[in-house]
Design a protein. Structure first.
Length: 74
């Protein structure tokens, strides 16, 4: 059975939009390390959902701006 929300998957939190959309940057069992727009957090995979197309666009644009400004991996 595939693990939900593998690395590089775009996600959002199921309970709140305070985090903004995010991208999974690490997987450790049921936990996902997610780079949200406002910060990085470790979240249980059960508390995540797939990002909508609009949310995916927001996080992709945000990551692109950060890469252009600072370089490196975001």
């Amino acid at each position: 059975m595939a693990t939900p929300f593998e690395q590089d998957t775009y996600v959002a939190h199921t309970g709140t939009d305070v985090y903004g959309p995010g991208k999974v940057i690490g997987v450790d069992g049921a936990l996902r390390r997610v780079r949200f727009v406002h910060f990085v957090a470790t979240i249980d995979a059960g508390d995540l959902r797939a990002a909508s197309p609009e949310e995916t666009h927001v996080i992709q644009a945000w990551i692109q701006r950060k890469q252009e400004r600072y370089g490196g991996e975001w």
